[in-house]
Design a protein around this ligand. Structure first.
Ligand code: HGY
Ligand code: MN
Ligand code: MN
Length: 407
């Protein structure tokens, strides 16, 4: 069996994690920042060293293509190399760099596969700076127009289009021009299931639905000491009330329902002033679309009820909304077979996190391979996956890609 060099994979992960490194581990490379550019440049350099034909598309997605014996739709693998601000070193990076090690193994074994092989990283998967998340793969899959994507702006009003140009990754190839024969994404689980159950490989059947809403609340700033409670129009109170409500709602709904108020800013944000403005986000997710809709409706009703009682104005903006996605059953079976062929324990599961794969499933058969996250930690600088698990996932990727590239 062709083996890939997992030591090289580990050192590549370390080197990439050195860009935007955070004190104490992890890395921060928010999409289209200078650190993202440096990370992109490093990976593009590795792609070129491996002899890949590197293409940058009009939304900054980067694809390294390795020719096959025949000019057929390629077998593609990839993920993302942008991170959240408290990012770990494996989220996204692992899938891209494992793809490069697949190419290195093919090169060293002087194997030319029937189909071309492609390794991709997509722009702004995280959605931490620009929304929606999975922006690059969504455009690639035809789910969002380029102009709308270019117009997405961060908190400082910098747009995706301007930032792509500024960092030199406003490419020319048409996103989605290269339609894969199949797409695989190798990724850390980012949750606690595999680690708790001591299972080596997650055979991912689906990705849960996601709803991101940003609320802007306008009240009246007032003196914290002299303003009686009956006269308050406290924007911060509404934000806090929604946070508590969303937590309780998720607990009462149970199942896969989760709810997070992740971002919150108050103005004037001073100890002795009743806030007149609050901007906060609500992230709701569920594997069941009907339940996700129910959760959205409950939160919206609570916002309206409290806004009326507190006499504040509220503006809601949908930042991202994707329904659950089910992966190609045949390809999912093949992930499971390849894991078992290596005598690795497996369990089928949904993905709690969003991934580029959920967009690629729109245009080609797609599946994901998960490896365990220690203590289920992710989007946390302590994110960790054992070397043996990283190697096992990468070996499945190599074996399955070889399979797919010969059919
Ligand atoms: O939020 C997510 O699930 C992903 O990390 N973008
Ligand atoms: Mn990811
Ligand atoms: Mn992530």
């Amino acid at each position: 069996m062709l083996r890939l060099d997992d030591r090289r994979l580990l050192s590549a992960l370390d080197e990439l994690a050195g860009i935007g490194a955070i004190e104490g581990g992890g890395c921060a490379r928010l999409a289209l920042t200078d650190d993202d550019r440096l990370g992109r440049d490093l990976v593009v350099g590795w792609m070129k060293e491996l002899g890949l034909d590197v293409r940058v598309d009009a939304i900054g997605n980067v694809i390294g293509l390795r020719a096959g014996r025949e000019n057929l739709p390629p077998v593609m693998t990839g993920s993302h190399i942008d991170t959240v601000r408290t990012g770990g070193r494996y989220d996204g990076n692992y899938g891209v760099l494992a793809g490069l090690e697949v190419v290195r193994a093919l090169n060293e074994a002087k194997i030319t596969t029937r189909r071309p092989v492609a390794i991709a990283f997509f722009t702004n998967e995280e959605g931490a700076r620009f929304q929606p998340d999975m922006l690059g793969s969504l455009v690639y899959a035809g789910g969002l127009g380029l102009n709308e994507a270019y117009a997405a702006a961060d908190k400082d009003g910098r747009s995706v289009g301007d930032e792509l140009r500024r960092i030199g990754y406003l490419g020319t190839t048409k996103p989605g021009a290269l339609k894969p024969h199949a797409f695989l994404e190798l990724h850390i689980e980012q949750g606690p299931i595999l680690d708790e159950e001591k299972v080596r490989i997650g055979v991912v059947e689906s990705v849960q639905g996601i709803s991101w809403i940003e609320y802007t609340v306008t009240g009246v700033s007032n003196h914290a000491g002299t303003t009686p409670m009956r006269l308050r129009r406290d924007a911060g109170y509404l934000a806090a009330s929604v946070n508590v409500f969303a937590r309780k709602l998720a607990q009462e709904m149970g199942g896969n329902q989760v709810a997070t108020v992740g971002a919150l800013t108050l103005r004037p944000n001073l100890i002795n002033v009743v806030p007149n403005r609050a901007v906060f986000t609500v992230d709701l997710r569920n594997t069941d679309e009907a339940k996700l809709k129910e959760a959205e409706a409950c939160v919206a009703a609570h916002v309206a009820e409290v806004a009326k009682a507190e006499r504040v104005e509220v503006e809601a903006k949908v930042l991202a909304r994707f329904e659950p996605v089910v992966f190609d059953a045949g390809l999912v079976d093949r992930v499971e077979r390849h894991a078992k062929a290596l005598s690795l324990s497996t369990r089928r599961m949904p993905s709690g996190a969003g991934h580029d794969a959920q967009m690629m499933q729109r245009i080609c058969p797609t599946a994901m391979i998960f490896v365990p996250s220690v203590a289920g930690l992710s989007h946390n600088i302590k994110e960790h996956t054992e070397a043996a698990d990283l190697a096992a996932g990468a070996q499945i990727l190599l074996n399955l890609m070889l399979d797919l590239a010969e059919e």
